[in-house]
Design a protein around this ligand. Structure first.
Ligand SMILES: [Zn+2]
Length: 287
């Protein structure tokens, strides 16, 4: 079990902030869930994984899907990074191509997840208040996993409409207008909209989703996008074939049930497989 403190935190119905957390590592069951065919809504998959693996947030334990869903985006990313760290370790390795014109050399990038910059919320609160340049007051909340889940399909079809819908979901009051509708938000002047988005960024906790790299060939620096959610889901998905191979191997040699094997972590499966490989190797040597 590992733990930490959320960069944002979760507010319950009484307005109390829950911020420290404990999580368990992924078992074969979660790996299987993640290896299932292309999920149409990755945010929904993240909700499911988090509600299974996060054991406690503040005084909330277990963590039901509706809480995992309503966590701030940065909190969800932070938990995914912690989960990856606890289950598979801290190092990330990648090979990329230097983007500088005239170079294009292959560069290996290696970094530690502990070094991914995390910005904690400076003013934790469920609601934030600001004043626009025209004097109107705006009350808003920050973007959660629930927003991502709800707007995933629209975002693919029409990004502009998805952004307006997102803002409508997050803005609770606009001047005298309680619960402004989508038409009101869509009609906001560009300047007002930019002001709200800017303020949202300022008060929002964040997990950096870019890494700095330097080309070993030409020596120039560049920035690499590091999409935490895609990285986490992609890394596990590619291992689907291996998961089933390991289950088969352990079931065949130890006669354990699939349920028993699926409850193990990848580390534990690996240790049993190593022991088996050693034993089989010794048998072969003796023969
Ligand atoms: Zn280069």
């Amino acid at each position: 079990m590992s733990g930490g403190v959320l960069p944002g935190g979760w507010f319950d119905a009484d307005g109390r902030l829950h911020r420290d957390f404990e999580l368990a590592v992924l078992t074969g069951r979660e790996e299987e869930l993640l290896t299932q065919a292309r999920h149409p809504r990755p945010a929904a998959l993240v909700t499911e994984v988090l509600s299974r693996c996060v054991r406690r947030i503040g005084e909330v334990s277990p963590v039901p899907p509706e809480v995992a869903r309503k966590l701030l985006v940065a909190d969800r990313l932070h938990l995914l990074l912690q989960l990856r760290q606890a289950t598979f370790g801290d190092r990330v390795r990648a090979t990329l191509v230097c983007p500088w014109p005239g170079c294009g050399a292959q560069v290996s990038l290696e970094f530690s997840l502990a070094d991914v910059p995390v910005q904690a919320a400076t003013l934790p609160g469920r609601w934030h208040t600001m004043t626009l340049h025209d004097g109107r007051e705006v009350v808003f909340r920050l973007v959660t996993g629930a927003d991502q889940e709800e707007l995933a399909t629209l975002a693919e079809e029409n990004e502009g409409a998805a952004l307006t819908a997102l803002l409508t979901r997050c803005v609770r009051r606009l001047g005298d207008d309680e619960q402004p509708g989508e038409d009101t938000v869509a009609a906001l002047p560009a300047r007002a909209r930019a002001e709200i988005e800017e303020r949202m960024r300022e008060v929002s906790p964040s997990v950096a989703q870019t890494m700095d790299a330097r080309c070993t060939e030409c020596g120039r620096a560049f920035t690499v996008p590091f999409d935490v959610q895609r990285f986490f889901l992609g890394e596990l998905r590619t291992d689907g074939a291996r998961l089933y191979q390991e289950i088969h191997y352990l079931a065949y040699h130890y006669h354990w049930s699939e349920t028993e094997i699926m409850a193990m972590t990848r580390d534990k499966r690996q240790r049993y497989i190593d022991v088996l490989a050693d034993a089989i190797g010794a048998l072969n040597d003796a023969g």
